[in-house]
Design a protein around this ligand. Structure first.
Ligand code: B12
Ligand code: SF4
Length: 541
């Protein structure tokens, strides 16, 4: 195999930025897999330059001018940025490859702009691509392992790439780690609903934690596990065996069913400072929150008591909700969430608008079949700037009225003050305040209010939301242009739009679109993961 000059780009930001929050936080949002790819490429004997793009770098300057192969890791919200970058690097003679959530969710679209598009990635799949390393145009190759890798390089091996990334974070420095992949729950909207749970090697975890203590005085670790602590005793046992209690600070996403009081006591003892449990809905997914069949106000009271208990042990808690699920109807779900906010002032509520990320979840087939998916450009699919699933039980205007009402309630000055006083530790106090007054609280409120106004006054926006046209309103195009900055000029023609029914078309033969979800249980939904590499040379039927 010839020695290649390889660039690996981790797109945390989708364009240049000057925002203070981005300066402080973006480097802490770096992904693990681009670092893994960099380690594996070096192990295969290649020269690697890894860049975590936080919005402050000049990517063209940071990668070698004569780079042979460029890997880009991207979320769907950064897809247009990734497409433009691929175009730019291809114009300089490089072969390009895309991996990450966007590649997993929308491979049919991504192959139009990359030579390789990765699904599940292990060392074998990567090695094959390194050996081939050739342009595949106009349509790239979709390559994927049959399942998630059984092991991944730990922090010690990735340190070479972690350290320069964290140098960009001025205050808090979160080292990204994984103790497991997949999840035993099956939340229908989630990308891991069909990915089996698998613990990663606890010996690597222990070695990594010990190693970290030699690098930072009091390191902080952000666990990227979809659901941390599923095998609670095993994972906490490994942490306890490796490092003295409290010598490392941890943040993790975990479900309420795992966060029992004895577990919380153990988490606190071991330095867990931030937890992000998913509540999602007041009517569904009771197994996850340990509320069983209880719904509505009963669930609110129970979950609120639970979260207040968590707050007695853990200084920072973010509770995640999905707005617009099909089980929501009328004002009740929004009112219930407001009651939760009142009853649980110390928790920071994270709201996501229901979004269909292509192949991410089997449920998306149902939305596509019902004609409920809107062709918003990928750029807006970040769970907030656009909701690309028409709500089942609300006209758009009513829906946004409710979202605005909830956002106003949550980020009103009295609510911000109450949250401030209910949060005891200094850092969480200020973090909550900054999040409320910056893009997340006030910023989203501005965005939703502007959108609500346009639903009334902007004919293009009205027609797009009403699905009488798929022509993109100028309002949206202008935003992409502004966000991409100079990269806008590299966005390939047609790359602003995509086939929002590609997943459905790949799953159902032509002429059978009228089939209904209920008629076709399991076999129709083998879902992307594990998705066999699909031949995308022929247009999908
Ligand atoms: C941990 C996590 C985070 C962390 C860390 C993010 C990060 N930079 O990695 C935090 C909390 C910061 C986060 C933030 C967000 N997240 Co998040 N997050 C996850 C989560 C729970 C796990 C992802 C993970 O690391 N898995 C472990 C890795 C090893 O597995 P994997 O992701 O399946 O990757 C495999 C392949 O895709 C491939 N691969 C992955 N990357 C790359 C890169 C290259 C170059 C190659 C070749 C291959 C490759 O190899 C892996 C092994 O097979 C997933 C949900 C889930 N259950 O997967 C959501 C998820 C990825 N997040 C999501 C979203 C929407 C967001 C936010 C936009 C939310 C928001 N509004 O703020 C932000 C965006 C942040 C950003 N721009 O960086 C969506 C993404 C959907 C999409 N198509 O874009 C997901 C899928 C959740 C969902 N809604 O269903 N997230
Ligand atoms: S518990 Fe979380 S990670 Fe697991 S399936 Fe549900 S949403 Fe996905």
């Amino acid at each position: 195999m010839r020695k290649l000059k390889i660039g690996v780009v981790d797109l945390v930001s989708k364009g240049p930025t000057k925002a203070l929050y981005a300066r402080v936080m973006n480097a802490n949002l770096a992904s693990i897999m681009p670092q893994v790819v960099a380690v594996w490429c070096e192990a295969e004997g290649h020269d690697v330059t890894h860049v975590c793009y936080t919005g402050f770098e000049n990517l063209v300057e940071e990668l070698p001018a004569d780079v042979d192969l460029v890997f880009i890791g991207a979320f769907t919200e950064a897809a247009q940025t990734a497409y433009a970058l691929s175009h730019l690097f291809r114009s300089r003679g490089a072969v390009t490859a895309l991996g990450g959530p966007h590649a997993r969710c929308f491979p049919e679209d991504a192959v139009n702009y990359f030579d390789y598009v990765f699904g599940f990635t292990d060392r074998t799949v990567l090695r094959d691509v390194l050996t081939d390393c050739a342009p595949h145009r106009p349509r790239g190759l979709h390559v994927a392992a049959a399942r998630q890798p059984l092991s991944l390089p730990g922090v010690r091996e990735r340190w070479k790439f972690i350290e320069p990334t964290l140098r960009k974070a001025p205050a808090l420095k979160l080292v990204p780690m994984l103790a497991s992949l997949g999840c035993p729950y099956t939340c229908s909207f989630c990308i891991d609903a069909t990915v089996p749970y698998q613990a990663l090697d606890p010996d690597v975890l222990k070695d990594d934690l010990r190693f970290l203590l030699t690098k930072h005085r009091r390191p902080n670790v952000g666990w990227h596990d979809p659901n941390f602590g599923v095998r609670f005793d095993e994972t906490l046992g490994a942490i306890e065996e490796a490092v003295p209690p409290g010598s490392i600070g941890f943040a993790a996403e975990s479900s309420l069913s795992i966060l029992t009081e004895p577990h919380l006591a153990r988490l606190r003892k071991n330095g867990f400072a931030a937890l992000l449990p998913g509540i999602e809905s007041w009517y569904e997914l009771g197994n996850k929150s340990k509320t069983g069949a209880r719904t509505g106000m009963k669930k609110v009271v129970e979950v609120s008591e639970h979260v207040n208990t968590i707050l007695r042990y853990i200084p920072y808690v973010q509770t995640n909700f999905v707005l617009g699920l099909d089980s929501d109807e009328g004002e009740e779900p929004f009112e219930l969430t407001k009651r939760f906010v009142d009853l649980t002032p110390g928790a920071f509520p994270g709201f996501s608008l229901l979004s269909a990320f292509g192949r991410a979840a089997p449920l998306n087939l149902q939305y596509q079949r019902a004609g409920r998916v809107l062709p918003f450009p990928f750029h807006f699919l970040d769970n907030n700037r656009a909701m690309n699933v028409r709500p089942q039980n609300y006209p758009w205007r009513d829906f946004y009225d409710h979202v605005i009402g909830l956002t106003k309630h949550t980020f009103s000055w009295p609510a911000i003050a109450k949250r401030f006083h209910a949060t005891k530790a200094t850092m969480p106090r200020w973090l909550n305040g900054i999040r409320a007054v910056s893009s997340e609280g006030f910023g989203r409120l501005r965005h939703y209010s502007e959108l609500r106004r346009r639903l009334e006054t902007d004919a293009e926006v009205g027609a797009f939301f009403g699905q009488s046209t798929s022509a993109l309103p100028g309002f949206y195009e202008e935003q992409v242009k502004r966000d991409l900055g100079p990269l806008w000029n590299w966005l390939p023609e047609g790359a602003l739009s995509h086939d929002h029914h590609a997943y459905l078309k790949a799953h159902e033969p032509a002429g059978s679109r009228e089939r209904r979800y209920a008629d076709h249980p399991a076999p129709l939904f083998p879902v992307a993961p594990p998705m066999p590499p699909v031949s995308l040379d022929a247009p999908s039927a």
